[in-house]
Every structure is written in structure tokens, then in C-alpha cells.
Design a protein around this ligand. Structure first.
Ligand code: NAP
Length: 506
């Protein structure tokens, strides 16, 4: 997709990112008549993580009927867990249909945004020039910056090396010796695909995950026709999936023992696929189920049990020009090294590029406090900034698109309140923010993410879970359904100092 028109000097709302979050914000603002917005996107297309993660086997592990916009149901999903190209195509279709794409600027990266207290506006420098905006909606994604492993010598490797989220499609893996580092949600989708073509595959596992069977199936023609034509059927289907998923929440947040059926199923899945008792032992998780993301696959364990695969559990000590050396002194030669080692999650790179009211960047602020926001969306010292997929909005059990829609609803309510009451700026009070986060962290103590005996990317350097939402998703939506001005410092006069919509249009 391309849109090379120059940036306007000023807009009312600037949205950063064109993934599920930014696209949802654009569509809903347009619906509200808030048409004076711009979306800047560093990539060349919509899609966010579903544009970037093109590795073989990439698919969603949340059913597509739920992992899609509630306002844009799609009766054409081919499978219950759709592959990445289909999800990306869905997003492109929705973007095109929304009539908002004329306000998207692709290949335009946010370089720095700073709050100008006098003008009560964000001054945003992008790779295509400067634009100012009354509100800044950040939909940059929580899983967008690949984290390369910090392994001695990795930069000296002479073969092909790439991250799962930056797949190099020019490299043909057929007949090659390949290593995959990592056994998370990305790796377990990649490994079975690589195993099919590689001469040999080494899978470097630091922690064995729980893997449930993937109850995937193709939608038949009749079923698709029914979903398209029978009024309310698709909604009912989505609702059923939603409530089934919500049923996981007590096991995660109240009593991990409630998850025993899932644990039994995962261990049964392992026992069924892996006959070798020694390999099975190494693949058996040593923490409570749910502490790390529960994975789903029917092909991962069979791939690991294949004769051309070694599961290596000795710690990696270094990478040489031609292979990987483990603690036991063994060097395994490889042609290609694939690192499926995750993303920067608790130190989001974008935070270094946002400067608030006091002149501090968000990274500096969060270095002191840890990643924290009010309702996962707004942040003291950062007026009129709305962060989608912000702190403690992540899920281990359901669809992030649901969370995004709830947050966008909150942004809409905030903008309505600003328009109606002529607020120029809204900023959550430190007290309200503290109270919100104290409650979250109190709830967090009894979750499996804290008590389950694992280390995960949900936890920051201080062991605080600043990623996940420790309650039901309907509670989240309820709490964000209206704008609570009492929790905010508001500045008047509004937008009197800022250009009116008519002035902007001129
Ligand atoms: P991840 O869950 O963070 O997994 C990274 C893996 O790399 C882990 O197994 C980790 O081991 C390992 N690792 C990291 N650094 C290492 C090192 N230096 N040496 C050895 N091993 C190392 O990353 P991901 O698999 O890309 O998934 C991230 C998130 O993306 C998921 O949790 C999920 O939210 C999302 N995702 C979703 C889907 C989907 O289907 N919807 C698919 C893919 C990803 P440890 O476990 O020991 O830390």
C-alpha cells in the first residue's frame, strides 16, 4: 500500500501504527465524525505483527471468529485458527473498506514526539516531516521489536541468521543444517515446518512449554454459507468462543489447581507423541501450567521426535563462525541460525521517543516506576496520550482485539468529553494511577504468573508483571466503558488555543 502525500502541518489526532490497534482507532474516530486524523506507519502496509511475522507456519492461536473485529465479522475464515496471510488479507480488506486509507502515511516512522505545554499539543517529528496534534494515540504494539539473544560470538556467525519476526524468505532451508533457538509460541509453529525440509534441525530449548492439542478444522462450504446468511449465527459462534475462553480466567488468576484438566491434556499430548522416555522427560515442563503462555500444536512434538531433530537442553555458551557451542563443550555445526527469542516487551523501544510535560521521556519515567498506566491507556505527565495495548492489558487466554476495541472505546469517550467540556488536555492523576496499579499488583500476587514457578516475558526486572490483565476481559471492558474525568487533571480552555477544525481545513 502506498500513500506518498506530504504530511499536513497539523491534525487533531495522530495515530501511530497501522496494526489491529491503529486501524481500529482510525475506523472508530471516523465513525464519530473525528475525521481530522492521520495514521503514521513505519512499514509499507497495514497489519502490524500480522504483516511482520511471515515465518512458515505462522497462524493465530486464538480462534479467528474471536480474533477479529466485532464490527467486521468475516464468514470466510478458512480454518478455526487462521494462517497469517489470511489475517493480513482480512486487515487489508477492512482498511480498504473503511475509507480511511487516504489518511494513512506508510513508510513514515515516528522519530520523536514531545508535549508542547504552551500550545497544548504534541509536536511529532517523523521520517517524513513534522506534524502537530492535540491527541496522540499510540498503537505501536507490544510485540513489534524483535529481541536478539545476547549470546557470545553471535555476531561472528558466517551462515544465515534471522529472527522469527524478520524471516528471510531468500534462504532456502532445503537440505540445510538449521538451528532454532527458543521454544515459545513462534518457535513451535516454525519447528515443524523446518523439520520437513532441513537435513538436520537442532532445537535449543531453555524452558519446556506446555503444548495442548490444536483443535483446528477447516470450515466447509455449507458452514461458511450458514455463517454468512443465517442472521445472528456468526455472533452466537463468536460469543460461545468468547465465554469458553473466559472460563480459563479463574485458573490463571485465582486458583491454578483449577487448570488441572488442561495440564493433564498437555501432558497426555506429550506422552502420545513422544515415545522416548528421555526426550519426554526433557520436554516435560517444570512449572505450573499457565505461568508461561500455553501453546497449541499437533505437529510440534511429532517434529521433535523425528530422526532429523535434536532437542538440545544444555545451555548455549557461544556461537562460532560455523555453529553453536553448548556448556558440555559440544559444537553443533549449522548453515542457518533462526532466533525465535521473542520481543522487547517490558522496555518498549517507543517509550524512548515520547517526551512528556516534564521533559522526561516515557522510558525515563518508567525506569523509575516500572511500566504503569491508568487503565492501561493513559499516563501521568503525558497529557492527551492514549496508549493502546499499554501496560497490563495483555492476555494469556483470549483475543487482544477485544482489549483493543475496549481501549479504543475509552479513547472515543475521552475525546467526546474533551469536545463537550472544552478540555484542552487530560492527564490522569498520579493518585488514580497509583490506586489502579496497586490494585492490579495486589491481584497479581495470587495469579499463576506469580506463583507458578517460571520466569517469563510478562515479568520486568523487578519481578513485577506489567504485561497481563489479571481479571476477566468483560471487567476490563466495563471499567473502560466511560471516561472518568474525576481521575484526571483537565486543562481548559480547550482546543480554543488549538486550531479549530475549520482552521485546520483551511
Ligand atoms: P517468547 O514467547 O518470548 O519465546 C522466546 C523463546 O526464546 C523462549 O523459549 C525463550 O526461553 C527463548 N530464549 C530467549 N532468549 C534465549 C537465549 N538467550 N537462549 C536460549 N533461549 C532463549 O517469543 P515468541 O515465541 O516470539 O512469542 C512471543 C509472544 O508473541 C507470544 O507469547 C504470543 O503472545 C505472541 N505470539 C502469538 C502467536 C499466535 O499464534 N497468536 C504466535 C507467535 C507469537 P525461555 O522460555 O526460557 O525464556
Amino acid at each position: 500500500m502506498s500513500n506518498n502525500q506530504p504530511l499536513p502541518a497539523t491534525v487533531k489526532h495522530l495515530i501511530v501504527g497501522a496494526g489491529f490497534a491503529g486501524l481500529c482507532a482510525a475506523i472508530k474516530l471516523q465513525e464519530d465524525g473525528e475525521t481530522d486524523f492521520l495514521v503514521v506507519e513505519k512499514g509499507s502496509d497495514v497489519g502490524g505483527t500480522w504483516r511482520d511475522n511471515t515465518y512458515p507456519g505462522a497462524a493465530c492461536d486464538v480462534p479467528s471468529q474471536l480474533y477479529s473485529y466485532s464490527f467486521a465479522p468475516n464468514p470466510d475464515w478458512s480454518m478455526s485458527f487462521s494462517p497469517q496471510p489470511e489475517i493480513h488479507a482480512y486487515m487489508r480488506k477492512i482498511a480498504e473498506r473503511s475509507g480511511t486509507l487516504d489518511r494513512f502515511r506508510f513508510d513514515t516512522a515516528l522519530e520523536h514526539a514531545a508535549w508542547d505545554a504552551d500550545a497544548q499539543r504534541w509536536v511529532v517529528d517523523t521520517s517524513a516531516g513534522r506534524v502537530t496534534a492535540a491527541t496522540l494515540v499510540v498503537g505501536a504494539g507490544g510485540l513489534s521489536e524483535p529481541r536478539l539473544p545476547d549470546i557470545d560470538g553471535i555476531e561472528r556467525f558466517q551462515g544465515e541468521l534471522f529472527h522469527s519476526a524478520r524471516w528471510n524468505h531468500d534462504v532456502d532451508l532445503t537440505g540445510k543444517r538449521v538451528a532454532v533457538i527458543g521454544t515459545g509460541a513462534s518457535a513451535i509453529q516454525i519447528v515443524p515446518e523446518v523439520q520437513k525440509v532441513a537435513a538436520h534441525l537442532d532445537v535449543y530449548q531453555r524452558t519446556a512449554p506446555y503444548v495442548l492439542p490444536r483443535n483446528d478444522r477447516k470450515y466447509g462450504t455449507l458452514e461458511k454459507a450458514a455463517l454468512r446468511r443465517v442472521p445472528g449465527l456468526q455472533k452466537a459462534y463468536r460469543t460461545a468462543i468468547y465465554w469458553a475462553r473466559e472460563g480459563y480466567v479463574p485458573g490463571f488468576t485465582l486458583q491454578p489447581k483449577l487448570a488441572w484438566p488442561a495440564k493433564k491434556m498437555a501432558l497426555g499430548n506429550l506422552a502420545k507423541a513422544v515415545e522416548d522416555p528421555e526426550l519426554r522427560r526433557r520436554l516435560t515442563p517444570t512449572f505450573e501450567i499457565g505461568c508461561k503462555r500455553i501453546l497449541i500444536s499437533n505437529t510440534y512434538y511429532p517434529a521433535l521426535a523425528s530422526s532429523n531433530v535434536d532437542v538440545v537442553t544444555d545451555r548455549i555458551v557461544r556461537v562460532t563462525e560455523t555453529g553453536v557451542v553448548t556448556q558440555d563443550g559440544v559444537e553443533r555445526p549449522i548453515d542457518v541460525l533462526i532466533v525465535a527469542t521473542g520481543f522487547f516487551t517490558t522496555e518498549l523501544p517507543i517509550t524512548e521517543h515520547l517526551t512528556g510535560r516534564t521533559g522526561r521521556t516515557l522510558a525515563e519515567t518508567w525506569q523509575e516506576t516500572g511500566m504503569a498506566a491508568y487503565k492501561g491507556t493513559t499516563i501521568p505527565e503525558f497529557p492527551n496520550l492514549f496508549m493502546l495495548v499499554g501496560p497490563n492489558t495483555g492476555l494469556g487466554h483470549s483475543s487482544m482485539v477485544f482489549v483493543i476495541e475496549a481501549q479504543v472505546q475509552y479513547v472515543r469517550e475521552a475525546i467526546r468529553a474533551m469536545n463537550t467540556n472544552r478540555y484542552a488536555a487530560v492527564e490522569p492523576t498520579p493518585e488514580a494511577t497509583q490506586e489502579w496499579n496497586a490494585d492490579l499488583q495486589r491481584r497479581m500476587k495470587r495469579t499463576v504468573w506469580s506463583t507458578g514457578g517460571c520466569s517469563s516475558w510478562y515479568l520486568d526486572d523487578h519481578g513485577r508483571n506489567t504485561i497481563l490483565w489479571p481479571r476477566t476481559t468483560f471487567a476490563f471492558r466495563g471499567l473502560l466503558s466511560s471516561f472518568d474525568a474525576a481521575a484526571y487533571d483537565v486543562q481548559a480552555p480547550v482546543i480554543a488555543d488549538s486550531p479549530t477544525r475549520e482552521e485546520v481545513a483551511r
